[in-house]
Design a protein around this ligand. Structure first.
Ligand code: GLV
Ligand code: MN
Ligand code: MN
Ligand code: MN
Length: 428
């Protein structure tokens, strides 16, 4: 259809069988699982096939470099990588997630390199700097609980000590898992040199809500693409309810201290209190009873909640309210409760100048492409505190994400690559 042909769609088709989850549906590709490692290997292979120079940095971030040719470099190779233009995303997924959240950004980046290569070969593109494609580990936080762990480590948004101590569901620490992947935990953490390589970061991503398919976009000529404006502030909290584990048959209803009851009241409070704030989103997506037997009153229930709002003070107030109600629910049930903040990221406003450049480029492909806020977190959001970042969204006709129904039409993916290539060319 265009010079981007269907490279992005072939790349996505090549990984369509990796990490499918027959039980949950969709894909489960937690960081450093066999599936995610297959995708990392696929990425390296595709990068090598394009003659890109690849490396893994000390935080497990993969980089594939399209360097300036030696005659065009005024300095050393390393020097010429400082202030590069970087694009990329992630390859890990939530449990039972969709095909596009993450991998679309990687496949589109590789396809955009193909387009730019051709433009350079035909003399229509003259570059001033290197381009890199980056793959960030543990973007979803589905294994170690903190999202965007790779970009947080890189930029110092999380302390190395805290990151290394995070545990997965099997009790394996992030530090142990990193070591098993050949990384050295003693050298993980903020990496000023790697950070200095990023002049600007652009992430292409599937749109994850109804941002491009709301009723006013369902007309002919509706835009397939958008440019990111803001990311809602968001965080994760865990409430542990402690009660008395006991026998389901012998314990009278009046004699129980059942943490599942306190947790359940809290689930309803989360929804009720969030609804008092028009722009808030609050979710209990994970509840874990210990020991977890049908005929056992739990001794402990962990409840994880995700709370988001554009005003960080409102988020904090909402969490406080929820916590007050959770303590009351625990007390009423003869239980105790503890609250832990696992992560928080304030509301992000993407770099206005970069957003303007992206908008101009994207509108060549999608003339009515809007600037769109999102409620989803991204590595581009974490990196925004250190370097100018921006995002391009591709329409998702299902309006569903973090679920198997997430979808992107082939033609829209192709438009996304076209727009990404134009934007990168403008910035190169
Ligand atoms: C990650 O995708 C998030 O927004 O939670
Ligand atoms: Mn996601
Ligand atoms: Mn994502
Ligand atoms: Mn995300």
């Amino acid at each position: 259809m265009t010079e981007t042909s269907s490279a992005v769609n072939s790349l996505m088709a090549a990984i369509a069988d990796v990490g499918t989850d027959p039980r949950r549906g969709g894909y489960s590709r937690p960081v450093w699982s066999p599936a995610e490692k297959d995708l990392r290997a696929w990425f390296l292979q595709e990068a090598h096939a394009r003659g890109l120079d690849t490396e893994e940095d000390r935080n497990g971030i993969l980089w594939a470099w399209w360097d300036l040719p030696a005659p065009a470099r005024a300095e050393s190779l390393e020097g010429s990588r400082r202030g590069a233009l970087v694009t990329g995303s992630h390859l890990d997924s939530v449990p039972g997630g969709g095909a596009f959240d993450g991998p679309l950004g990687i496949a589109s980046a590789l396809a955009a390199v193909d387009v730019l290569r051709t433009r350079e070969a035909t003399g229509t593109l003259r570059r001033r700097r290197a381009l890199a494609v980056a793959v960030f580990p543990e973007e979803e936080g589905s294994r170690f609980g903190v999202a965007c762990l790779g970009s947080r480590l890189l930029s110092g948004a999380i302390s190395t000590q805290k990151a290394l101590a995070l545990r997965d569901a099997d009790g394996v620490t992030f530090g142990e898992a990193a070591r098993a992947e050949g990384l050295d935990p003693a050298h993980m953490g903020v990496d000023p040199e790697a950070l200095a390589r990023i002049g600007q970061f652009v992430e292409l991503h599937v749109e994850q809500g109804r941002g491009l398919n709301s009723p006013d976009h369902l007309t002919d000529g509706a835009p397939a693409l958008a440019v990111g404006s803001t990311i809602l502030g968001h965080g994760r909290w865990r409430i542990a309810f402690h009660g008395q584990g006991n026998h389901a048959g012998t314990t009278l209803m009046a004699d129980r201290s059942d943490p599942m009851v306190a947790a359940s009241e809290t689930v309803l409070d989360v929804r009720r209190l969030a609804r008092t704030q028009p722009q808030a989103r609050a979710t209990v997506g994970r509840l874990e009873p210990v020991p977890g037997g049908t005929n056992v009153i739990a001794s402990r229930v962990d409840l994880w909640m995700d709370v988001r709002h554009p005003d960080d003070a409102v988020t904090a107030g909402l969490v406080e309210d929820i916590w007050r109600h959770a303590q009351q629910a625990a007390l009423g049930e003869g239980c105790t409760a503890e609250l832990t903040e696992e992560s928080f990221s304030g509301t992000v406003h993407f770099d206005p100048q970069l957003a303007a450049t992206l908008t101009e480029s994207v509108r060549r492909t999608a003339p009515t492409a809007p600037l769109l806020p999102t409620g989803a977190g991204h590595d581009a959001g974490v990196l925004a505190s250190a370097v100018p970042t921006g995002m391009i969204y591709v329409r998702n006709p299902s309006g569903v994400s973090h679920a198997p129904e997430e979808h992107v039409e082939d033609d829209d993916a192709t438009l996304g690559v076209q727009a990404l290539a134009d934007a990168l060319e403008e910035l190169l």
